[in-house]
Ligand binder design. Structure first.
Ligand code: HEM
Length: 294
């Protein structure tokens, strides 16, 4: 549902709209997106209602300390000034769902693609995982030691970072390098511009070379923080960054423990930008038990 809505949003992102017209006439996309928004709202409200009912029926003595619990608490805040509106609650749930789900999905897909092509890096990553976890489930202490995997994730974020830049509103005239930006415009700086700039990364900028990150991000970027910004930069940068990295490492470790994978001949390379950068035709790989490649 959210994916359908995202696709509709993406294809309408740069279409101009005439004020008031949409009140008189609605395009098929607008009608479909209103329907999807309502369904998403109903589903989120069902989850919230369930949480409220548990507290009201005395099954639990609060709305909970997890993220949903904090939001529901804010929605019921006795102080009207601090209270979350229904719109706030829904917007937060949708933001976290989208930011958390689509991004990590895309990242994992691109990593699998690169490791399917670069079997040597797949093998290095697997060896590291087996050295640290054996065949046991990944644990946090071990996740912190995954150096090769961190390099692979960073290199994938550089080449196919799920977020390809975000719109910013220019509220006052500002000089940005050689550009003079007038007030009241929106800009969309694309991360690909810096992530694939040979000035920062060298002539092999388009190649998958995790070894760039062997001595960390600062060294890889020659201490230019804005040369690598898959999670954004500044006060509005991604709040889920650490969570996303840990989640990716856990999932990838579990895949590497169980399978070796090679790219299927049916794969067609066609990245598209539908709010996140994703493989248009999915990524087909051939899975085998790990000992086949050992
Ligand atoms: C590979 C995974 C992810 C990538 C590449 C990514 C990237 C980004 C980027 C580029 C931004 C905007 C930063 C800016 O405006 O400067 C952002 C914002 C955000 N991300 Fe992520 N993200 C990822 C995973 C997650 C996860 C797992 C969560 C939550 C569990 C999350 C929650 C958020 C939220 C709530 C914001 C908005 C922050 C704000 O406006 O203050 N993200 N993310």
């Amino acid at each position: 549902m959210l994916q359908k809505l995202t696709i509709i949003m993406s294809r309408n992102l740069f279409k101009s709209r005439i004020p008031l017209i949409s009140k008189l006439w609605k395009s098929a996309d607008l009608l479909e997106s209103e329907k999807l928004s309502k369904e998403i709202k109903d589903r989120v409200m069902n989850i919230v209602k369930k949480r409220e009912d548990e507290a009201v029926n005395g099954e639990v003595n609060s709305f909970g300390n997890d993220f949903l619990g904090l939001l529901v608490n804010a929605y019921h805040d006795s102080d009207e000034k601090n209270r979350f509106s229904l719109e706030d609650l829904l917007a937060e749930c949708k933001t976290f769902y989208f930011s958390g789900q689509e991004t990590v999905n895309s990242l994992l897909s691109w990593i699998v693609l690169h490791l399917a092509i670069h079997g040597d890096w797949q093998e290095k990553a697997r060896r590291e995982v087996i050295d640290i976890f054996g065949n046991r489930n990944p644990h946090l202490e071990g996740v912190a030691k995954l150096k090769i995997m961190t390099m692979i994730i960073n290199e994938t974020l550089r080449l196919y970072g799920p977020s390809n830049g975000l719109a910013r509103a220019v509220t006052r005239e500002v000089q940005l390098g050689k550009l003079l930006l007038p007030a009241n415009i929106d800009i969309l700086p694309l991360y690909t511009g810096v992530h694939r700039d040979p000035h920062f990364w060298g002539d092999d900028v388009h190649h998958f070379k995790p070894e760039r990150f062997a001595e960390g991000i600062a060294k890889a970027t020659n201490y230019t923080a804005a040369a690598f910004l898959p999670f954004g930069l500044g006060p509005r940068s991604c709040v889920g960054m650490t969570f996303a990295m840990i989640e990716t490492k856990i999932v990838l470790s579990m895949i590497l423990q169980r399978y070796t994978f090679t790219l299927s001949p049916t794969y067609v390379h066609s990245p598209i930008f539908v709010l996140s950068i994703r493989p248009q035709h999915e990524i087909q790989v051939i899975l085998e038990p790990p000992h086949h490649n050992a």
